[in-house]
Design a protein around this ligand. Structure first.
Ligand SMILES: [Zn+2]
Length: 389
């Protein structure tokens, strides 16, 4: 990135113009990230991208702190100084993707009709580039950053954020609000509510027997699991936004053996925090229909829901005002999927999600972003950094 010496007009329109002139540089930056593949839990690949990002953010005047991890990929924290009378904001994101190493061979970086394609381009490498350019633009204004900003980019979001969760929550605690640059919803909508996510593993132990010689001595774990699958699925309450999906079952060994063991893996989603605890209790309370079978249940809520509290609604209102000033209309949506924003909302820090790129196909082979939206989304972020009290 080459830096201009001339000071930038700090009005929103000035910032937008400055960013629009740099659309090609933004695209080049996205490309630099996409060609560095970074599947979750590939420490070597993740760490390489982490240090590339550290260099980029250091060039913008950020103070780098790498949270070294032994097995997971390292996490990147960047502190930007700003008008210190104001509470900092946390810009949150992740640089891991769901795509395995080598995906670039079948899903190469490609620009086509104003769209950028490649693994992780939408979820959420372009979102990170938008953060970078928003901070750069603010840095170039005569006043500099209107407040301190902390950037946290983690390496393990796509698999539950087990090694980064504590860091995320600790940093959020110091901040007035959290802005999550995960992909936007359709048409660029922000995400003002996300469901909480949980998981359970139910293991049924029965009693094996020969299905011909000793049928009556056996107690089928598979039959018992079938009862439990119905019971679990019966806990779904669509009106309250509670869903249970038994997504995986395993069990048995041969057709002529009564199964001694069967396992179900279950995904739970809740719209309200209080329902998380209720559902944990209900699942744990399941009892075997056949008293000769035993159930072993583990798991629970992993990410609490991001609820549309009045603080979240107020943040969205601010974003809408900034968008209006930039000349576009911003919508909001509720989604079933979780992000690290669920953690920060869960500890009571106002969190606005979906501020990342405009595009489609997260986690899929047609994953892409719209290049011409990059400057505008970065301007929205820059404007919000100043507008939030
Ligand atoms: Zn994501």
């Amino acid at each position: 990135m080459s830096k201009t010496k001339q000071r930038l007009d700090s009005s929103l329109s000035g910032i937008l113009q400055w960013l629009t002139e740099r659309e090609d540089e933004m695209v080049a930056s996205v490309r630099e990230m996409v060609v560095r593949e970074s599947p979750t839990h590939d420490k070597e690949a993740g760490d390489k991208l982490c240090s590339h990002l550290a260099d980029e953010f250091a060039r913008l005047g950020g103070q780098i702190k790498i949270h070294q991890q032994r097995t997971a990929g390292n996490h990147l924290q960047v502190n930007f100084a700003g008008a210190s009378s104001r509470q900092p904001l946390l810009l949150l994101g992740h640089f891991d993707t769901v795509h395995d190493l080598g995906t670039l061979r079948t899903m190469p970086w490609r620009e086509h009709r104003g769209r950028l394609y490649g693994p992780g381009v939408f979820d959420m490498k372009s979102g990170i580039v938008q953060m970078m350019f928003a901070l750069w633009a603010l840095h170039e204004t005569a006043e500099g950053l209107p407040r301190p900003v902390i950037v946290l980019l983690v390496s393990d979001e796509e698999q539950g954020s087990s090694s980064s969760r504590r860091i995320t929550e600790k940093l959020a605690q110091r901040c007035a609000a959290v802005l999550v640059c995960e992909p936007s919803g359709p048409g660029g909508a922000l995400k003002t509510a996300r469901k909480g996510v949980g998981g359970f593993r139910l293991k049924v132990t029965g009693h094996a027997a020969h299905s011909g010689l000793d049928f009556e001595k056996g107690h089928s774990a598979i039959l018992e699991l079938a009862h439990q699958v119905r019971a679990l699925s019966g806990l779904t309450d669509l009106k309250r936004g509670i869903t249970l999906n038994v997504g995986v079952i395993r069990g048995g060994t041969r057709t002529n053996v009564i199964a001694a063991e069967a396992i179900a893996e279950v995904d739970l989603r809740v719209a309200r925090k209080s329902d998380g605890a209720v559902m944990e209790r209900r699942v744990r309370r399941l009892r075997a229909v056949n008293p000769n079978c035993t159930l072993h249940i583990e798991g629970g809520i992993n990410r609490p829901p991001l609820e549309r509290t009045k603080h979240v609604a107020a943040l969205f209102e601010k974003a809408r005002e900034v968008a209006r000033e930039l000349g576009f209309k911003l919508n909001e949506i509720t989604v079933g999927g979780g992000s690290d924003g669920n953690f920060t909302a869960g500890i009571g820090i106002p969190t606005l999600d979906g501020l990342g790129a405009v595009g489609d196909g997260a986690h899929a082979s047609h994953e892409h972003v719209i290049a011409s939206e990059l400057p505008r989304r970065a301007a929205l972020l820059a404007g919000l950094i100043g507008a939030i009290e």
